[in-house]
Design a protein around this ligand. Structure first.
Ligand SMILES: NC(=O)c1ccc[n+]([C@@H]2O[C@H](COP(=O)([O-])OP(=O)(O)OC[C@H]3O[C@@H](n4cnc5c(N)ncnc54)[C@H](O)[C@@H]3O)[C@@H](O)[C@H]2O)c1
Length: 455
């Protein structure tokens, strides 16, 4: 049975918006639209997620949303989640935020895209004052909207795009951990309609999030490619920074200082977030989008050696970390933070979990423990769940000199750092958290870095 939801409040002059999918993208999108007083209905196929959302417990985005809890409470009446078993209502906007995971050959699996296209189609026949605008926020290949979504929607609804409804790519550039801020101030505010928008439709989209950016109209194909290109560029910067810092280290040069100097070449606007040494990249987007580009290049007989080598470089980084840990000959390895990005609670594609898998593969006798404020065993897939033991207090990770501590994705609290000095366990700081290197590296000889921040 689906959880009963209270109808979202209808505010005069604001839009009725249907959002599809309650993953990270859908949740952040829906909340931001409700904060702008729109009336938001969210449709999700997983009934447990519907129930949790209506009880005020959205999944991955939960931690981020906590910081604006009071604002959300005020706008809560503007939104409600519904199971797909409920009738899909007419709306001024339909925003598809469903998943596009990799399939076996590296392309995007478009099953959820086809399903949501059909779901949305069922509501397009309902007469309403505004022509509905259907926007796809999910990351897709450049031809997917025109060649897959459009025919499905026209066939299922019996309606004509450009006349009875408008269809467009509307990729988002959210980064987990700062999705709300990224919605108000997006890296790109672009939309790619199938047919030319009339002025009314354009200004309707422009006023959706009421942000300060000017909406740029491109083609759907350009929009998809900007999204994929942006993620590939971020992956490349991470791999570049890791390789360069490793080379510097082997030459006796501080890789950290070299990269700081590169970041400061302000005129070229390097990305401060990515261009620094750290763990390999991971997460739900960068690896899958990069693989999709490679698969697309193969299908179009295009050679992309630079882009292909990014994944190889990333895998090398992973192997290096596992080897460094194993070289210390410890029997217990404790991980402080296992999500793919600090403080997100999202473990999908986490580099820390990839390291754990690799360690387990190389030495099945290792005892691997973890502490993560935002993740429990239930957040982990079956494959990894049997290989790790959660602990409820990070101090337990510092048991005795048989244990090695890996500071993964969670910034340690000051009292934990104090214990680190006392206990003198060997510790590997994957993220170069500034406070650890600043306060401990001189006093505490046992901090390992892949590339030491100071020479
Ligand atoms: N997570 C990110 O930070 C991020 C950032 C940028 C872009 N994206 C892209 O946004 C899209 C969504 O990402 P996500 O991480 O939120 O995905 P997700 O897989 O976590 O969530 C998708 C949700 O959609 C639901 N769903 C599937 N079919 C449905 C249907 N027919 N109707 C309603 N709900 C349905 C699923 O049950 C799931 O809860 C992907 O294409 C992703 O590449 C994600």
């Amino acid at each position: 049975m689906s959880h009963p939801a209270t109808e979202p409040k209808r505010n005069k002059n604001e839009f009725r918006i249907n959002v599809y999918g309650l993953g990270y993208t859908g949740t952040i999108t829906a909340v931001c639209l409700a904060l702008k007083n729109h009336s938001v209905r969210i449709y999700e196929k997983n009934q447990e997620m519907v129930r949790r959302f209506n009880e005020g417990k959205p999944s991955f985005a939960h931690i981020e949303l906590k910081s604006i809890q009071s604002q959300i409470e005020q706008c809560h009446k503007n939104m409600a989640a519904f199971s797909l078993e409920e009738k899909i209502t007419a709306a001024d906007f339909h925003l598809a935020c469903v998943g596009t995971p990799s399939n076996k050959i590296g392309d995007f699996d478009l099953e959820q895209i086809v399903a949501v296209s059909k779901n949305i189609s069922s509501s397009l026949k309902i007469k309403q004052p505004n022509i509905p605008i259907v926007l796809f926020r999910s990351t897709m290949l450049p031809n997917s909207l025109r060649e897959l979504v459009l025919p499905v929607m026209e066939k299922e609804s019996g309606m004509q795009e450009g006349k009875d409804f408008f269809l467009a790519a509307f990729p988002e550039f959210l980064r987990e951990g700062s999705g709300i801020q990224d919605t108000w101030s997006p890296l790109h505010f672009i939309v790619g309609p199938i047919s030319k928008f009339p002025e009314e439709a354009r200004s309707r989209i422009d006023s959706l999030f009421q942000n300060s950016q000017t909406l740029e109209i491109l083609t759907p194909e350009e929009c998809s490619m900007i999204k994929l290109g942006s993620n590939a560029f971020h992956s490349m910067q991470i791999a570049f920074a890791n390789e360069l810092s490793e080379l510097c280290n082997n030459l006796g040069i501080s890789g950290n200082r070299v990269l700081c100097a590169l970041i400061n070449e302000n005129k070229l606007r390097y990305e401060r977030n990515y261009l620094k040494p750290g763990p390999p990249f991971g997460g739900p987007c960068l690896p899958k989008d990069l693989v999709a580009i490679q698969s697309m290049a193969t299908a179009h007989s295009t050679k992309i050696p630079l882009l292909e080598s990014i994944s190889i470089s990333n895998q090398n980084r992973l192997n290096k970390i596992a080897d460094l840990i194993l070289k210390q000959n410890k029997t217990r390895i404790g991980f402080h933070g296992i999500s793919f990005k600090p403080e997100t609670g999202d473990t999908r594609g986490s580099a820390v979990l990839n390291i754990i898998e690799l360690l387990h593969l190389k030495n099945q006798n290792l005892k691997i423990e973890f502490f993560d404020e935002n993740c429990s065993l239930e957040n982990l897939n079956q494959k990894i769940r049997t290989k790790v033991i959660p602990v409820s207090d990070p101090i337990e990770l510092l048991r005795d000199d048989t244990s090695l501590l890996v500071i993964g994705s969670q910034r340690p609290q000051p009292d934990f750092l104090a214990n680190l000095i006392i206990k003198e366990n060997i510790c590997l700081d994957l993220n170069y958290f500034a406070d650890i290197s600043k306060h401990l590296s001189e006093k505490h000889q046992n901090i390992l870095f892949l590339c030491p921040p100071k020479i």
